[in-house]
Design a protein around this ligand. Structure first.
Ligand SMILES: [Cu+2]
Length: 123
């Protein structure tokens, strides 16, 4: 009987260790346009990030700032209706300079992740 109890306790402890790892499915960027750290010769019409899992549209945002930290996007941040893993925002004709893309998303599992990256528009 003691052996059975010990077995059950060991099982509960192991289940507690492994269960959270199996449930993890946070969303992280897979690739983006413009690419991370890239220099582009023409201003993009939109900044897009493709994530590795689907996003909650109501809780996922993307912004573009210029080198002075001012928001330069058109404020229409949204998840693509036909691709729940694609987050995008429109930008006007960007003057040459360095830009920072800031993203903050909630995945379908309810976990929030965020980050930023830069790209440069050449003269
Ligand atoms: Cu998660």
């Amino acid at each position: 009987m003691k052996a059975v109890i010990r077995f059950v306790l060991v099982f509960i402890v192991l289940a507690g260790w492994f269960a959270p790892r199996m449930a993890a499915a946070h969303a992280f960027p897979d690739h983006s346009d413009p690419k991370v750290g890239s220099s582009v010769n023409t201003s993009p019409a939109m900044v897009r990030i493709w994530f590795d899992s689907d996003l909650e549209p109501a809780f996922s945002t993307i912004m573009v700032h210029n080198a002075n930290g001012q928001m330069v996007d058109k404020g229409d941040s949204h998840v693509d209706p036909s691709n729940p893993a694609l987050l995008e925002v429109s930008v006007p004709e960007l003057p040459p300079g360095k830009y920072k893309v800031l993203w903050d998303v909630v995945a379908r599992d309810g976990h929030r992740t965020n980050g930023d990256y830069s790209f440069t528009v050449n003269k």
